[in-house]
Design a protein around this ligand. Structure first.
Ligand SMILES: Cc1cc2nc3c(=O)[nH]c(=O)nc-3n(C[C@H](O)[C@H](O)[C@H](O)COP(=O)(O)OP(=O)(O)OC[C@H]3O[C@@H](n4cnc5c(N)ncnc54)[C@H](O)[C@@H]3O)c2cc1C
Length: 336
């Protein structure tokens, strides 16, 4: 039997007829890029839920990232950045546009008298970065070893462990600006605060980060890591898919101090504590459940959906507002 020839006209190829306009255009323009189409984001996120990304691509090189962003802007295509996928929720209907995962994992150490400047690619796993700095004899990042995801994501959210914020250890950050230039921003410009940074309001890509770390003692560093790891294992539901804390801690107030004097010296009251006090541990929408172990975490018990997460967020916010007159703020980011 003779095979049907599709000729050179790619529009006649059945593979192409199912493509969106963006997929067709990007495949032609960036044929050398490792492009993937209709990638289920449940495979790329810690929460194990979310629909497909129209286009998904992993890039490390500056020129490639810059030319893709430039093209998206010229052609009015949406783009989104992904790190390790441990702090995001993807909508069930998926993501229109391009999901760009930054995978620059370079690491460079500039030793000074009693400190070092350590430049790390945004795509490096945070745990690996911390381990390398400890191995080189520098301290400061120990408590972040247990934070899942990448350095880029940690800087975007100014990751925290109790009162320690990762931004406190940063010297400067290299970004790709919306205008298409790579530039270094010093720490003050990054607007680091609890669970926030300037990167949440700008569309800049974090390309690499320079930490300033003091010389330390490896044994002491490892003891800090052990303490934090044990604390996480006791307090976080690490065995089930989640996106970490769904809600931020709540700024302390006179009312909260009177209600909960055990936190009166703290600037924030743990969001999970208030959710627990509102009787919501174990509350669920389908397979998405308020963790019994840490009430600020939602866990996915199997086939949870983003829609269920949204419904549970609304319920929890309402109940906590009714009970304590507190407005919970989300710590996770939605990609949609
Ligand atoms: C079990 C568990 C425990 C956790 N414990 C902690 C904890 O102790 N402390 C804490 O702070 N967080 C914690 N988290 C939340 C999360 O791991 C951190 O916020 C982490 O730093 C997110 O990094 P990521 O690479 O996974 O980011 P992603 O989830 O991939 O992305 C988060 C946001 O950052 C943006 N982003 C990522 N990379 C870049 C980049 N290069 N340029 C620009 N924007 C970028 C994304 O667009 C997105 O908006 C925990 C999560 C889980 C699942």
């Amino acid at each position: 039997m003779r095979e049907l020839s599709l000729g050179n006209d790619h529009k006649a190829n059945p593979l192409y007829t199912h493509m969106t306009e963006l997929q067709r255009q990007i495949k032609t323009k960036f044929s050398e890029f490792p492009l993937e189409f209709d990638v289920p984001m449940s495979q790329k996120t810690y929460f194990k839920l979310g629909g497909p990304a129209e286009v998904y691509v992993e890039l490390a090189q500056k020129e490639q990232i810059a030319s893709l962003i430039n093209w998206c802007q010229e052609n009015h295509y949406q783009y989104h950045f992904l790190g390790g996928g441990s702090n995001i929720i993807v909508a069930d209907q998926g993501i229109a546009g391009i999901v760009i995962k930054i995978i620059n994992q370079s690491i460079e150490l500039e030793k000074k008298s009693n400190y070092a400047l350590i430049r790390v690619g945004a795509g490096m796993k945070t745990a690996l970065c911390v381990r390398k700095t400890i191995d080189e004899g520098y301290g400061g990042l120990e408590y972040f070893l247990g934070v899942p995801g990448t350095i880029g994501g940690a800087i975007y959210n100014n990751a925290h462990y109790l009162e320690d914020l990762i931004g406190a250890h940063v010297n400067r950050v290299e970004v790709l600006t919306e205008k298409g230039d790579f530039t270094w921003l010093d720490k003050e410009t990054c607007e680091f605060a609890y669970d926030s940074s300037r990167f949440q309001r700008t569309k800049e890509i974090i390309y690499q980060v320079e930490f300033l770390l003091e010389q330390g003692d490896k044994n002491e560093s490892m003891a800090m890591v052990k303490k934090a790891t044990e604390y996480r294992a006791q307090t976080q539901p690490l065995g089930l898919p989640s996106s970490g804390c769904i809600f931020q801690n709540v700024p302390n107030s006179q009312t909260l101090k009177e209600l909960f004097p055990q936190f009166k010296e703290r600037t924030h009251v743990p969001g999970g504590f208030l959710i627990d006090q509102a009787g919501l541990k174990g509350a669920h929408e389908g397979d998405i459940e308020v963790s019994e172990k840490h009430a600020a975490f939602f866990v996915n018990k199997g086939n949870g959906t983003a829609d269920q997460v949204q419904k549970l967020i609304t319920r929890v916010k309402q109940k906590v507002a009714e009970k304590f007159n507190v407005s919970l703020q989300e710590e996770v980011f939605w990609l949609k």
